[in-house]
Design a protein around this ligand. Structure first.
Ligand SMILES: *Cc1c(COP(=O)(O)O)cnc(C)c1O
Length: 242
């Protein structure tokens, strides 16, 4: 990266932080209450390495191969790494143990598969449950009404720690995500009231470049931001795409 590119990225990070702080103030929440996840899909190793030295809390990757390559190169530095994309069961082995958290557990089958792999590797894997909050056929995630049963199922797996919920609302006009965020918040509070054992509802991961301020106003404490930090991506990549 050129000095100018680094300067621009540094400015974008500062701008996102300012907007996050403003939203926290409006919501009457503490500044440090919300974690900034840099969604680094399609960003090369060097860009990630530079970003790791900036004011972001953690990285999020969508594709297993990209995650493995950047992880092996040490680009993430000391920053935690979350997997946030669609995870095929045949790639679970590569992600468990690498990712500090898998945010995109969107089916019972995937939950069981991650639990089995974590047990095999002798570790405890942190996960979030992905909710298909807009009931979209194109998106992964469980339906909101399926959550209690899935959390019940998670109790059988001591190799898992369920730490919250994640969702990607339907792409729509500015402001249109807010009702979805509010719905997810309600679901999160309900699950928290019933939490037990290895289910502990700490993280509510919602909000991307276009709507992270709205998400914070509705209670997000983990926002996943790509474009607003790195600029437009070269190759088109769907959120949660593979
Ligand atoms: C790409 C991606 C983001 C960030 O999207 P931007 O609009 O670039 O901020 C967030 N979450 C997931 C799951 C993604 O795939």
């Amino acid at each position: 990266m050129t000095a100018d590119q680094i300067k621009r990225m540094t400015e974008r990070v500062a701008r996102v932080r300012m907007e996050m702080e403003r939203a926290c103030r409006t919501a009457g929440r503490a500044r440090g209450d919300v974690l900034l996840c840099a969604a680094s899909k399609t960003q090369d190793t060097e860009t990630v390495r530079v970003a790791a030295a900036l004011d972001i809390d953690l990285f999020g990757e969508n594709r297993v191969q990209e995650l493995c390559e950047k992880y092996a190169s040490g680009a993430y530095g000391a920053k935690p790494l979350h997997f946030i994309g669609h995870l095929q069961t045949n790639k679970v082995r590569q992600v468990v143990g690498c990712a500090d958290m898998i945010e995109s557990i969107g089916s019972r089958r995937l939950l069981e598969c991650v639990a089995a792999e974590a047990q095999k590797q002798g570790l405890r894997q942190d996960v979030l449950i992905e909710i298909n909050i807009g009931a979209e056929a194109s998106k992964s995630g469980i339906a909101p009404e399926e959550l209690p049963a899935l959390l019940e199922c998670a109790h059988a797996f001591p190799s898992l720690q369920v730490r919250g919920l994640m969702a990607i609302p339907p792409a729509a006009a500015p402001g249109a995500s807010r009702p979805f965020f509010a719905q997810l918040r309600t679901l999160f509070e309900q699950a928290r009231a019933a939490q037990d054992g290895n289910v502990c509802m700490e993280y509510l991961s919602m909000g991307m470049s276009a709507d992270f301020a709205d998400a914070i106003l509705e209670g997000a404490n983990l926002v996943r931001v790509g474009t607003a930090l790195f600029g437009a991506r070269n190759s088109p990549a769907q959120p949660s795409g593979q």
